[in-house]
Design a protein around this ligand. Structure first.
Ligand code: ATP
Ligand code: MG
Length: 601
């Protein structure tokens, strides 16, 4: 188990304390023992000197007599018991050979002090050995008895070191208590100190973890200006810097994501293991794959994997077009080579459906225009050929031929005009000559003009109108609007049908509706018929007369919008078509705001 730094610090302190404490205990015990032993030695020495004075001569005198005289033995015993009684110790007296003369205690254990006597003999000096008997310290002391520099015998003491024992006992208890108290204080102080010391480190650790979890808005508060203060300050600075860098990176990332999102193409950057480095939302929309992590997540788009494999195999540029879910997709693949980085790959997916659609429309348009041009031209050439070659004299035939040539010429002119108009609208250079005009008069003229064509198919145009205020507009262009709409209505009506034209005032607008009872237009087609070149499928056409370029309604819409008006269509297949044009009245255009208020003004 790995102990924490704080616990280890507390343990080291305890060890250090114990070591210092033991040294103190050892020194105190050693010093005190030395003192007490010295004191005992001095005491014993003085007793030895007393003994020498008292009985020394007597022992010396008895050296020659064998056995020892009773008087000497009795005196010695008396002396030993006397000293023993006064000092409360055991006193033994020996002759020069180490044989016991007298013992203050009646236990005749004579060789008790043999070792000390032998030592004293060899060293000719007093010997003290400290022994512990039954937990009591006893000094074994032997000193030579010397008269005129010659040893005449030995005195021995078994001297209980009671003071030393008492001291050791009391000191041990005191040391034990103080040791425990010291340890408790040490642990308490070290714990509290270490807590104080480690708190900033703990904070650092906590904040580092938070930062690791992505929270960079944290700083450590530490009020002191010491080393930890320096560390926390440096740490806070570092976090602020990281935060700033992250914010910068984040804003860069967002900007890049914005750029990627605003690109109309799908974009896929892949590393060489097929992991997706970045992609934009178009990829998900195109392929209906949410959150792809690798190229292999595009299970149903094997063409992406094929491009990736080719790039990985060293191909430099890939460009191919495929059909995918009713879309034309252009796939462009190329390697991304950056110095110091591994090679990655970029695949761009461009939706070409609209462009291809436009191409198709244009292609259709060209063939349609060619056809449109060809039909009247063929008729005109046919009639002129006939008139010139056959030299027709019948004025009725000549008249009919010239009428047809004239009609077809007009048809050609209308087509060319339409084409020129479209070109101008596209370049936004159409020039409107706006004047105050009466829309009822304008529509009446158009109806009258178109009625001639309608009558050919036995179609009746009915026009009803309220009294209407003037509007500001380009007379010729607005005529063109209603001609085009009525032309369609006639073209798509059945023989004998009627066409209702109604103009009314609604709020600030003049609303004109042109309703026919022809085949109608499906909802899908309604959204397309105002597009340039769009024509509903060819089988709806009823012969060369009804052919068109698909420009009529496009031009209508452009003109109406240039008059700040609106065009709508209400139609159902089989029920006919109602085209509704609304145009603002003059007062609104001049003053802006409510027409009634303007009328009052
Ligand atoms: P152009 O007007 O240039 O000679 P066009 O009539 O074919 O050619 P638009 O007038 O733009 O072209 O009309 C677009 C398509 O809308 C037509 O081809 C036709 O299919 C459909 N359409 C327009 N008006 C009607 C209508 N009243 N009833 C049914 N279909 C209509
Ligand atoms: Mg038309």
């Amino acid at each position: 188990m790995q102990l924490s730094y704080r616990v280890r610090m507390i343990l080291y302190n305890i060890l250090l304390f114990a070591f210092a404490f033991l040294i103190v205990v050892f020194c105190v015990f050693q010093g005190t023992s030395y003192y007490y032993i010295n004191q005992a030695k001095n005491n014993l020495l003085s007793m030895t000197q007393d003994t020498t004075l008292y009985i020394g001569q007597e022992i010396k005198a008895s050296q020659s007599s064998d056995p020892l005289s009773d008087r000497l033995v009795a005196n010695a015993l008396y002396l030993c018991k006397n000293i023993s009684a006064s000092e409360n110790n055991r006193v033994l007296l020996f002759d020069i050979n180490g044989s016991l003369i007298a013992d203050s205690v009646d236990i005749s254990n004579t060789n008790l002090l043999d070792t000390e006597i032998n030592l004293s003999k060899t060293e000719s000096a007093p010997i003290l050995t400290l022994k512990s008997i039954n937990n009591a310290s006893i000094a074994y002391y032997v000193s030579p008895i010397t008269i005129d520099n010659s040893t005449i015998g030995y005195i021995g003491f078994l001297y209980p070191m009671r003071e030393l024992d008492t001291f050791l006992h009391v000191t041990s208890v005191l040391f034990a208590i103080s040791g425990i108290i010291g340890l408790i204080i040490l642990v308490a102080v070290t714990t509290s100190f270490s807590r104080h010391f480690f708190q900033p480190i703990k904070d650092l650790t906590k904040i580092s973890k938070e930062i690791n979890n992505g929270n960079f808005n944290l700083t450590i508060y530490y009020k002191h200006s010491d080393e930890i203060g320096d560390l926390t300050q440096a740490f806070n600075g570092m976090v602020t810097n990281i935060n700033n860098v992250i914010l910068q990176l984040e804003s860069e990332r967002k900007r890049l994501a914005g750029v990627l999102a605003s690109i109309d193409d799908g974009l896929l950057a892949i590393d060489k293991n097929g992991n997706i480095i970045t992609s934009n939302s178009y990829i998900k929309t195109y392929f209906n794959v949410s959150n792809p992590k690798t190229i292999y997540d595009f299970q149903y788009q094997s063409f992406l994997r094929d491009i990736f494999d080719s790039l990985k195999n060293g191909k430099n540029h890939i460009s191919e077009e495929i059909d995918c879910n009713d879309r034309n997709l252009l796939l462009i693949g190329s390697p991304i080579r950056e110095k110091g980085f591994e090679e990655n790959y970029l695949i761009i997916i461009r939706n070409m459906t609209a462009a291809r659609h436009l191409q198709d429309e244009q292609r259709k348009f060209i063939s349609s225009v060619s056809h449109e041009l060809r039909t009247p031209l063929t008729t005109i050439i046919g009639y002129t050929d006939m008139l010139t070659r056959r030299q027709v004299a019948d004025p009725e035939i000549i008249n009919r031929s010239l009428n047809t040539i004239n009609r077809e010429g007009h048809r050609l002119l209308r087509l060319v005009d339409n084409l020129l108009n479209v070109n101008k609208f596209d370049k936004a250079e159409f020039d409107f000559k706006k004047t105050n005009l009466n829309i009822v008069v304008l529509i009446s003229e158009v109806v009258e003009q178109m009625q001639i064509k309608a009558t050919q198919s036995d179609i009746q145009i009915n026009y009803i109108s309220d009294e209407l205020p003037e509007i500001l507009g380009d007379y010729d262009r607005l005529q063109q609007v209603f001609i085009n709409i009525l032309h369609n209505a006639i073209k798509y009506s059945n023989n004998g049908d009627i066409i209702d034209v109604i103009s009314t005032l609604e709020d600030d607008k003049i609303v004109v509706s042109i309703r026919d009872y022809g085949p109608g237009i499906s909802e899908i087609e309604q959204t397309r018929i105002f597009n340039a070149f769009y024509r509903v499928e060819e089988d709806r056409s009823r012969g060369p007369e009804e052919g068109g370029s698909g420009l009529g309604l496009y031009i209508v819409k452009q003109i109406v919008e240039k008059h700040e008006g609106k065009i709508e269509i209400v139609s159902q297949v089989g029920e006919g078509t109602n085209i509704i044009v609304s145009l603002p009245v003059l007062s609104v255009l001049l003053y802006g705001g409510n027409a009634d208020e303007k009328a009052e003004a």
